[in-house]
Design a binder for this molecule. Structure first.
Ligand code: ADP
Ligand code: MG
Length: 499
């Protein structure tokens, strides 16, 4: 490690509509180090990375590359400087082979190489970094893990100096994670800097040379390898000025059991049993990709699963999303734009769709009726602007989320399953969404909130479950948890050891 950092960020600030995501961050990344980046939800990790990779412009501050100030105005600028990131859904050209992806990437036409030359060269690169994949294989059928490896090979080939990995093991098995860690070690050996964002403390301890902890938009500390202990990290992560956790839920659970989950399991979830009473809010947390999402996807009929469900004592089968909906289970997924809304349809159409159950019937019903019905829902949910005829895509994240919830309110579901209900939602709308969720509980619905935000889980839940590596590791009433205890349990587990 030389004294001159590869990248230095000084006094970095980023303001979003009046709120500061970064409040003067100083951080240095050295050549050939694996640098962990830790921090609770909303600490500013993604914002920092997006500035470094040219997605956002900073409000103030300076970025130095090899000691000289540089301007990074776009992802293209970042790429020219050899700075890049591998995101969870790594983007490869599906119609290309692995070799074409590595050599040509997404800029075909610049290089004129024979098919043979491309694949020979790709084989050499893959071999050099120890990735056992056939370069002639199509990128179309690759697993998430393989896509990451190919993307890393591509950045290696393009001589990137710094590569950011944001929660790279979230969707990987234990074996796949080990393969990734070996590749990271290889790249580090080539002098490449790796910035590694993760909530899994053991991974950070295993592969990082140093780790910086962000807290409330500021650097809390940078720790050397031996100093990265659970105790230190927890202490540095928790924002003491925000420990007065707000509780929104003062308890609406009724005696009657509404939902019984018996041995629910998927490929990535060990059998889970749980009973939820009417009006009860169950919070499920854990590392992203560690299995908590599986519970939601199984209940919503999105994922193949085993086990038995009973609603009000009656067996229900949720083989697919339609069956789940009919049974009275509403899944409000995280990626609402892709999974839950038709952005080009009006709010009224989106809200009326589940009630009418088909687009054909939607086209048949009078628009005045639809608008009136949707307007009533929008009023109750405080959707702004209150214009039921406007296309959903013109609304903010928070208001889109309310529209998704509105879709289900019309159907009078018995069980509401929320996944990351306030991710990408502006602060003003967060409290309103909490109010809506608790309103549903007060009306007697059973609620399950799956979230990586511990504050959110503690604010909303009657009972909290932590799922790690596909298994329930802890369950207790909300009152039994402190923020620190929950954070410690959430970070402790290791990625899955079995394939
Ligand atoms: P982390 O990645 O550590 O969870 P983020 O960088 O995503 O944190 O977010 C830091 C803060 O900035 C949060 O309060 C978040 O709500 C806010 N924020 C992030 N992106 C945006 C955006 N595009 N618009 C408004 N606020 C944002
Ligand atoms: Mg983030």
């Amino acid at each position: 490690m030389s004294d001159q950092p590869l990248v230095e960020m000084r006094g970095l600030e980023k303001e979003f509509a009046g709120s500061k995501a970064l409040r003067g961050v100083d951080i240095a990344f050295h050549r050939g180090e694996v640098h962990g980046l830790l921090g609770e939800n909303g600490a500013g990790k993604s914002t920092l990375i997006k500035i470094l990779t040219g997605v956002y412009a900073p409000t103030a501050g300076q970025i130095l590359l090899d000691g000289s100030p540089v301007r990074i105005h776009s992802p293209l600028d970042a790429r020219r400087h050899g700075l890049g990131a591998v995101y969870q859904d790594a983007e490869l050209v599906a119609s290309f082979t692995i070799g074409q992806n590595i050599l040509l990437g997404n800029e075909p036409g610049h290089v004129v190489l024979s098919d043979r030359a491309i694949h020979d060269e790709a084989a050499r690169i893959l071999n050099e970094i120890g990735v056992a994949l056939d370069p002639r294989r199509s990128a179309a059928g690759l697993s998430a893990a393989q896509m990451q490896l190919v993307t890393l090979a591509t950045l290696f080939h393009r001589r990137y100096k710094l590569i950011v990995l944001d929660e790279p093991t979230a969707r990987l098995s234990g074996v796949e994670s080990e393969v990734l860690f070996r590749l990271i070690a290889r790249l580090r050996g080539e002098g490449i800097t790796i910035v590694y964002i993760s909530h899994r403390l053991r991974e950070v301890q295993e592969i990082c040379d140093r780790a910086t902890i962000l807290r409330g938009g500021l650097v809390s500390a940078t720790l050397e390898r031996g100093e990265i202990t659970e105790e230190r990290v927890t202490q540095l992560m928790v924002d003491r000025s925000r420990t007065d956790l707000e509780t929104y839920n003062d308890g609406h659970a009724r005696p009657e059991v509404l939902l019984e989950i018996d041995g629910l399991q998927t490929d990535l979830l060990a059998p889970l049993s749980l009973t939820v009473r009417a009006g009860e809010v169950i919070g499920i947390t854990g590392p992203v990709g560690g299995g908590m999402e599986q519970v939601a996807h199984a209940l919503g009929g999105v994922t193949r699963h085993g086990g038995h469900l009973r609603l009000r004592g009656r067996a229900v089968d949720v083989a697919d999303p339609v069956a789940a909906r009919r049974a009275g289970i509403a899944l409000i997924p995280e990626d609402r734009r892709k999974q839950a809304l038709f952005p080009a349809l009006s709010v009224a159409d989106n809200i009326c769709l589940p009630v009418l159950r088909s687009l054909r019937r939607l086209a048949m019903i009078g628009s005045r009726e639809k608008l009136a019905f949707a307007d009533g829902v929008m009023e109750r949910l405080a959707v702004r602007p209150r214009n039921a005829a406007a296309q959903v895509r013109f609304f903010s994240g928070g208001n889109q989320q309310k529209v998704v919830i509105g879709k289900w309110m019309g159907t009078k579901a018995s069980v509401y399953v929320f996944v990351e209900p306030t991710s990408g939602v502006d602060i003003g709308a967060i409290k309103e969404i909490y109010d809506i969720i608790l309103h549903l509980a007060r009306d007697g619905a059973a609620i399950i909130v799956v979230s990586s935000s511990l504050r959110e889980i503690l604010a909303l839940s009657d009972r909290v479950l932590v799922i790690h590596d596909g298994a329930l590791v802890s369950e207790a009433p909300k009152a039994a948890w402190t923020y620190d205890a929950l954070l410690a349990v959430t970070m402790q587990g290791r990625h899955r050891r079995t394939a």
